[in-house]
Design a protein around this ligand. Structure first.
Ligand SMILES: CC(C)(COP(=O)(O)OP(=O)(O)OC[C@H]1O[C@@H](n2cnc3c(N)ncnc32)[C@H](O)[C@@H]1OP(=O)(O)O)[C@@H](O)C(=O)NCCC(=O)NCCS
Length: 180
């Protein structure tokens, strides 16, 4: 794939093969490459994105809300995914996390590195006591990533999401700051 030169960016965590970095407005094309892919979006609650959806996402990603960490997953200077951990209840110190990767980069352990980093950021930087993740029961790769990152299965919610017109179940996994 032909790429424009990489934009200068602010790396937050260097995970070795990939970095977590702040988004910049120039990331729209890289983000659209995965966010518009129907295969990538098979189990996500959003997408496949239109160009307007992606522009709105990157605009928001460049200015995340307080209590939200929303970062680009970067390899060789280009965005190959996004990762987020956000506060759902300030008073309970609870949050959630999520991630997505361009499918050219699946199966190399990157999401597991990212999930572990999101937990560290959630506990250490956001001060959360609990970080949860929800995913479609059919999303076996994501369930495996969450298990490898040390989240525990907590439940199976029946028909809790309406995704592209179809009602869908969710698995809930979570990790506590006090988990060994
Ligand atoms: C889910 C996703 C992030 C995984 O990224 P990844 O970098 O390939 O994940 P990793 O390589 O760290 O680990 C994937 C694990 O799932 C396993 N896996 C992959 N596909 C699988 C399948 N169809 N069935 C069972 N296990 C599968 C891999 O073998 C690996 O486990 P292992 O290390 O024990 O062998 C990526 O597929 C993606 O972006 N999907 C689309 C977006 C999405 O679903 N996001 C999560 C929403 S909850």
């Amino acid at each position: 794939m032909a790429h424009a030169p990489a934009a200068p960016r602010d790396v937050v965590e260097d995970l070795g093969p990939v970095q977590l970095a702040r988004f910049v407005p120039e990331d729209v094309d890289d983000v659209h490459a995965f966010a518009s892919d129907p295969v990538v979006c098979e189990h996500t609650t959003w997408g496949p994105n239109t160009p307007d959806d992606t522009r709105a996402f990157v605009e928001q990603a460049c200015r995340p809300e307080p209590g939200t960490v929303l970062l680009a997953i970067v390899r060789d200077g280009h965005v190959i995914g996004s990762a987020s951990v956000w506060t759902t209840s300030r008073s309970d110190r609870c949050g959630e996390m999520g991630y997505v990767l361009h499918r050219d980069h699946w199966g190399r352990g990157y999401a597991t590195l990212v999930a572990r980093a999101l937990l560290r950021i959630g506990f250490d930087d956001l001060g959360l006591a609990r970080v949860a993740a929800t995913c479609a029961p059919a999303n076996t790769a994501s369930v495996r990533v969450l298990e490898k990152a040390g989240l525990q299965h907590e439940g199976h919610l029946r028909g809790d999401r309406l995704v592209r017109g179809a009602r869908r179940d969710s698995l809930v996994l979570a990790r506590l700051a006090t988990d060994g």
